[in-house]
Design a protein. Sequence first.
Length: 346
Amino acid sequence: MSFCVKCGAEGPVYESVCERCFLENRQFTKVADHVDLPQCAHCKDFSMEGKWVTQPTVEAAVEEAAIQSVQVMEGAQVVEVGAEVIEADKLNFRVNMQLAVEYKELRVEEERDTIVRVKNSVCGRCSKIKGSYFESTLQVRSRDRKLTEKEVDAILDRVQSMVEEMAAENREVFISKLDRVVGGAGGADVYLSSNSAGKVISRNLAEQYGAEVKDTAKLLTKREGKDVYRVTYLVRLPAYRYGDVVMFRKRMYLVGATRASNAKLTDMRTGESLMFSHGDLQDAKVIGMKDEMLDAVVLTETTKEVQILHPTTMRPIELRKPPRFEVKKDTVKVFVYDEEIFLLPK
Ligand SMILES: [Zn+2]
Ligand SMILES: [Zn+2]
């Protein structure tokens, strides 16, 4: 049987003394008189444990900050916390905490008080936003074609949702400025707070639209001994889009699926499909846009031919079907070019 070296009581000992002697004048937790809690004046986020975070209410932030400030004796752990937040004024709060602490087999209740002072501050993101800080620019343009408002809208929607997704992971990612190119060939300039965001988004647009990306970097500053570059990503959308008809190497093609590096073209006369790189296709000239294709009513169909009503003259006309061509509905899509009419291949 062990006994206390201080009072002689028999029973389990902690550092050679009994529970009562061990707990006498001993505190397992401590808190400072005051805890400062920086709050961003703009976005209202709080700085907690070195990170800016959103909190549902000031009281919730105050309670959290008080609990985080509790220092615990080595070997002990706080297993339960109850806290009461009492507002002294708008910026000062008294927090009373009931802490259940476990140390070896002992469980102790301690009560601690502190004052949390909310301090007006500005977070890194807001100071960057205020200063119109940007690390990369996304320049969206098109090759030999005017970008329509609708196309620019679709691209900007895509960019914005990607930025939102990235911001959920990293609050330092934001759009610093967004300019639409007015007049000329149209397009947009998007200024981004982060370089890597520009890189990821430009690659994504390249993949989505078969666009070509060119980047140019300029040294912006040094941060923590590292060079920080400001990069301009020029995203150039090809002149052609899915569903357009192009003239390329003296042949007429329907543009099929476009990918980051190439596009599928189907010969309008032979129905033959080929893949070409966007680099090769720089000479391709758009002669018909997707929304310029017309519907023609089908009158009769044989294995080799189809008789349709010419969509502009309304006269019946017979057309030879390209290989593998199928009539699926009462109408077929046709393209009228130089008074000639073409069935759109499959
Ligand atoms: Zn004792
Ligand atoms: Zn802020």
